[in-house]
Design a protein around this ligand. Structure first.
Ligand code: SF4
Length: 365
């Protein structure tokens, strides 16, 4: 099997942000220790069951930087020893609040070579509205500590459509990102999910309207691209060579193994996942089958998230047939409206197309 991506889910957060519906919760240190031990045991067990190597490791959450350094080191070592050969991309998601220079020096020494920091906004009022603890100065310090510790590959998360935000405040946030010299930026639109405090108070949130959020998206794409951060996926921008290798595995429909509560996997054409139940995971990890994966429709849906889109050559080499005629014909209708670009080799969405990707993908697939 080709190299897989290994994902470890750490479902702990110091507090819950009011917009977040990820599986994460507050926990005491004793349970966090038990969970890390269970993760390590599961990494070892899975390496015996799945005969493959990984070239990326992504520790996400939740807030993985809540773990003690010794716990992070335990997980990274287990993953490296059991799955990785040579240099791989090893990413740790970090909350900038309270992280120290020593923390970055230690994680760098144990092999972490990429961090993803939750900035969301460089405007402290917007950050407070999102329930984020760190202020902009703290984010700046975290970036500086990481860079001085030898971790140059830093990604910042930016959120579009924050309550009370404007194009001007977004420009300030993007300017901050560029001024920090980071190599990767993810720009996600705020979605008001059910079962979150934001959902209950949605009428009072002062959310920018849909047209303004669309303008924000197009502005961000152009702003970042003009400053050397090229868009390579609907929501992701990077300097050349710094695209997230781990996340590209998802969008290229390549195999990955997820370990931990709520983690999803795609191995040997089968999809499976662990329930959102960290206590259950500690007692006995159980995997729920989620059916077959990797069909042409699924592959095309994922590839069309990328600016490179769907190519005739890749489709042929993977499936033995070219891009179906029916897909091309439907794509042409959107091409007339400037939402899709298509030629003999490629079908891909334009930026305006990305804004309507759900509708377009549903239609052409
Ligand atoms: S820190 Fe991230 S995972 Fe945790 S509650 Fe906030 S948004 Fe959710």
């Amino acid at each position: 099997m080709e190299n897989i991506g290994l994902y470890l889910h750490i479902p702990f957060c110091a507090s819950k942000c009011p917009y977040c519906d990820f599986y994460s919760f507050r926990s005491d240190r004793a349970f966090i220790g038990q969970y890390v031990d269970a993760m390590r045991a599961e990494i070892i067990k899975k390496s015996g069951e799945i005969n493959c190597k990984a070239d990326t490791l992504y520790i996400g959450g939740g807030t993985p930087s809540l773990l003690d350094f010794s716990q992070i080191s335990l997980l990274v070592s287990a993953a490296k020893n059991r799955f990785m050969e040579g240099e791989g991309e090893i990413t740790l998601e970090c909350n900038p609040h309270g992280v120290t220079r020593e923390f970055f020096e230690q994680i760098s020494a144990c092999g972490v070579n990429r961090i993803s920091l939750g900035l969301q906004s460089a405007n402290d009022g917007e950050r407070r509205r999102l329930g984020r603890r760190a202020d902009c100065e703290e984010v700046k310090r975290a970036i500086e500590y990481a860079q001085k510790s030898g971790i140059e590959n830093i990604s910042l998360d930016v959120m579009l459509g924050i309550p009370g935000s404007t194009l001007e405040s977004l420009e300030k946030t993007l300017g901050f990102c560029v001024s920090q010299g980071v190599f990767h930026i993810s720009c996600y639109m705020l979605k008001i999910e059910e079962n979150t405090p934001f959902y209950k108070m949605r009428e009072r949130l002062d959310l920018p309207d849909d047209d303004t959020v669309a303008d924000m998206y197009l502005f961000a794409c152009e702003y970042l691209e003009n400053r050397g951060l090229k868009q390579y996926e609907i929501s992701n921008f990077a300097r050349d060579g710094y695209e997230s290798r781990h996340n590209l595995k998802y969008w290229n429909c390549e195999p990955y193994l997820g370990v931990g509560a709520s983690a999803h996997s795609f191995i040997n054409g089968r999809r499976f996942y662990c329930k959102n139940d960290a206590h259950g995971f500690v007692r006995k990890p159980e995997y729920i089958c989620d059916g077959d994966g990797g069909s042409f429709e699924e592959y095309a849906m994922l590839k069309l998230r990328l600016t490179n889109g769907l190519t005739e050559t890749e489709v042929k080499s993977k499936f033995g047939f070219g891009i179906p005629k029916s897909l091309r014909e439907k794509a042409v209708k959107f091409a007339d409206r400037g939402l899709v670009l298509t030629d003999g080799e490629r079908v891909r969405l334009t930026r305006e197309g990305f804004l309507l990707s759900n509708t377009i993908l549903a239609e052409i697939l």
